[in-house]
Design a protein around this ligand. Structure first.
Ligand SMILES: [Zn+2]
Length: 485
């Protein structure tokens, strides 16, 4: 990153598509992947005279988000018309919120790279309906015409806006990760950025370090993955710093991120920016969020990622990094807790999940939901190690088998004859044999070159096909090597 004494200032606007059954102002289904325009009606097609009816479930989602970001949503909130012309917006306006959003100021905590906790202030979160989609490829007359699909038009969105509290691409990434986790824990958005159910725009500016006043900002759009968010912000900071340090001005504009070239291009400048002429929608009454509604929502709030993160550190003595990695995904944290419940070995369980399981799951379509290893089986494997039935080395082999077959580890150990040899006399015979047939290393050891001890351990493991109890073998080797007689 080029900084030359400049400080980046970043604010994020995230659109989260809510997982309601029906759209925000009509009864049309929100299921993804239906035939184009099958999920439409006079309301979401914008027919004259059709009247919107508010979906109460969307309000409940917004109240839950308010509670999660420490905002009190009790009070009035108003829907407004945001007027603009676009082919995929048949009404000529989008129903959104302007002056009185449903969620006001709040905050989200993130972990920075230096290991500190940082508060990111939320400016607001408002409800709005999604627009339809234009498509320009794959149709009979694509060369001459654009095609419009209005299935998405009217699906509820929460637009969540931060204050400009983020100061690096990494902080933006950490914030998005935390927000996505919150939405998923609340069960109000699936958080899938690639499918468009979570969309992010970034406002970026730079200013000389120590200056209070913000620099001219640009808006970045089309950031459709977590990595694109990080790369696009990085690219834009570098561009602005280069301009400023050459004494040139940054022009206010909206930029599109081009994934293929990893650069931005100008979408519109300040001159052609929209005037949306917001005004309260006369077809919709103001919403009154009551104390009773908020209390009812509070009673159904799940444990949030941050709370779980702190509990994992306190209860299981996990490192901050492991706790963060395990709690970023609700399903993964549930899997982990099931494994711990089955083996009472929280640290070992974290190691197996974060190293072996996540590595192998990368090859599995469907991820954790399609995981071939049941939590109780992984717990069983960990217990087999803890009770010295198998060594840690053999356990890796058993794990690989479990991942292939989904079998119980005890059955695998039985089937393959992998039980650890803990019979002292059997191991002692092997140790004696090794010492007899390796006089040179034995002499080296006895003359103080104790480094060769590793060689003997290797030989013993080889002789027992990895099944010798390591602690016992170590003890026997030491005994016999140090016994000069
Ligand atoms: Zn509809």
């Amino acid at each position: 990153m080029i900084l030359h004494g400049y400080e980046p200032v970043i604010g994020l606007e995230v659109h989260a598509q809510l997982t309601t059954q029906s759209k925000l102002f009509c009864g049309c289904s929100t299921t993804f992947g239906a035939r184009a325009n099958d999920q439409t009606c006079p309301v979401c097609l914008g027919m004259p005279g059709a009247l919107p009816v508010l979906n109460r479930q969307a309000i409940e989602c917004a109240i839950k988000l308010a509670l999660a970001v420490h905002n009190d949503p009790v009070g009035q909130s108003v829907f407004a018309r945001k007027n603009y012309f676009y082919p995929d917006l048949p009404k000529g306006y989008q129903i959104s919120q302007y002056e009185q959003p449903i969620v006001g100021p709040g905050r989200i905590l993130i972990e920075t790279q230096s290991g500190d906790t940082k508060t990111i202030r939320i400016n607001r979160a408002h409800l709005e309906e999604d627009a339809g989609q234009s498509s320009h490829e794959g149709h009979p007359q694509s060369s001459k015409k654009s095609y419009v699909n209005l299935n998405r038009g009217g699906i509820p969105l929460l637009e969540i806006v931060t204050e400009p509290d983020l100061h690096s691409p990494e902080e933006a990434y950490a914030y998005l990760t935390e927000l996505k986790a919150i939405l998923q824990y609340l069960g109000i958005c699936d958080g899938n950025m690639e499918e468009g159910s979570l969309r992010c725009d970034a406002n970026v500016s730079v200013r000389p370090v120590g200056q209070e006043k913000l620099g001219t900002r640009t808006e970045l759009k089309n950031l459709n993955s977590f990595n694109n968010v990080r790369r696009a912000i990085q690219h834009e900071i570098d561009r602005q710093v280069t301009l400023c340090s050459q004494g040139e001005a940054v022009a206010q504009c909206t930029l599109l991120w081009d994934v293929d070239t990893q650069t931005t291009r100008v979408m519109r400048t300040k001159e052609d920016s929209h005037d949306y002429r917001y005004f309260p929608d006369p077809d919709l009454l103001p919403i009154e969020v009551t104390r009773a509604q908020v209390e009812a929502a509070a009673a159904t709030m799940p444990e949030l990622p941050r709370q779980k993160y702190e509990r994992f550190i306190d209860t299981f003595q996990l490192s901050r990094e492991d706790a963060a990695r395990l709690t970023v995904d609700k399903e993964l944290s549930a899997y982990y807790e099931e494994v711990v419940a089955g083996c009472q070995e929280p640290k070992t369980a974290a190691n197996w999940i974060l190293a072996e399981l996540l590595r192998d799951l990368k090859q599995v379509e469907g991820g954790l939901a399609a995981c071939p290893i049941q939590p109780r089986h992984l717990a069983g494997l960990i217990q087999l190690i803890a009770t010295d039935v198998i060594s840690g080395k053999i356990a890796k082999e058993v794990f690989a088998d479990m991942f292939q077959t989904g079998d119980d580890p005890e059955l695998i150990v039985e089937r393959k004859g992998l039980k650890q040899i803990t019979d002292t006399s059997a191991l002692e015979a092997i140790v004696k044999q090794i010492i007899e047939s390796n006089p040179d290393p034995v002499n080296e050891y006895r003359n103080g070159k104790t480094k060769v001890f590793g060689f003997f351990v290797g030989q013993a493991m080889k002789a027992t096909k990895g099944q010798g109890n390591p602690a016992l073998l170590n003890k026997l080797l030491k005994q016999h090597l140090e016994n000069q007689s």
